[in-house]
Write a protein that binds this ligand. Structure first.
Ligand code: IMP
Length: 203
């Protein structure tokens, strides 16, 4: 079976990707199986730069096709914050509660129509020599509510309301999130490219 390495150490992401690509007949593994790998710093100033950087650098290290992604939340009324700094908005990487508090503070009593926001995910596929084969983007629009609701998901999900459902990603099931999410939309766009690349590399 051909192998695709997911450029992440996150097992939750691997599970999500299995759900989206599991039927392609490609073995999906993440970086946990490569103990000597050097972690790539996200030094880019855009989601595209960071996704390409991770895909390319990890591909060269493992000498396999690598799928990497970079994602975050964009709030237009805050000039795009938290953007590429989503994971470390309040200073500490991955402190979701502090990030959420900062987002609510920055929005203050901004009226609902201006609290629109979107999640974005850029997925990038690199060949074993580090060359970028394809880069795709998915977005999911919603609105930032005034206090956290629900315990599902992660990151900004308890504050991110999908307007059509009147519910936050913290309140919606993983099934629904998987159908609507920025990550799913970016990966779905990459599917035909993966099919082509792996049928060629098998030929
Ligand atoms: P990364 O792409 O794993 O570095 O994630 C970037 C950050 O964006 C996460 O730590 C979250 O703060 C935020 N983020 C990205 N996708 C989601 C999502 O689906 N739900 C909630 N927060 C997200």
């Amino acid at each position: 079976m051909p192998k695709l390495v997911v450029g992440s150490f996150n097992n939750k992401k691997l599970v999500e990707l299995h759900d989206l690509l599991g039927d392609l007949g490609i073995e999906l593994v993440n970086l946990s199986g490569y103990p000597s790998i050097k972690e790539v710093d996200e030094t880019g100033t855009t989601f595209v730069e960071n996704a390409n950087l991770k895909a390319s650098q990890y591909a060269k290290q493992v000498n396999e096709y690598v799928l990497a992604e970079d994602s975050g939340l964009v709030v237009p009324i805050l000039n795009g914050e938290p953007g590429v700094f989503s994971a470390r908005y309040a200073g500490t990487h991955g402190d979701d509660q502090a990030n959420n508090r900062k987002l609510l503070e920055r929005l203050g009593d901004t009226p609902d129509p201006q609290r629109e926001a979107y999640y974005v995910c850029v997925a990038s596929l690199a060949a074993p020599n580090g060359e970028i084969v394809a880069t795709t983007e998915g977005r999911c629009w919603g609105r930032i509510v005034r206090e956290p609701r629900g315990t599902g998901g992660f990151g900004y999900d308890p504050l991110f309301e999908v307007i059509e459902f009147h519910k936050t990603f913290g309140e919606l099931s993983l099934r629904v999130k998987q159908a609507l999410s920025h990550r799913a939309r970016a990966i779905v766009k990459l599917r035909p490219i993966l099919v082509r690349v792996f049928s060629q590399s098998n030929a």
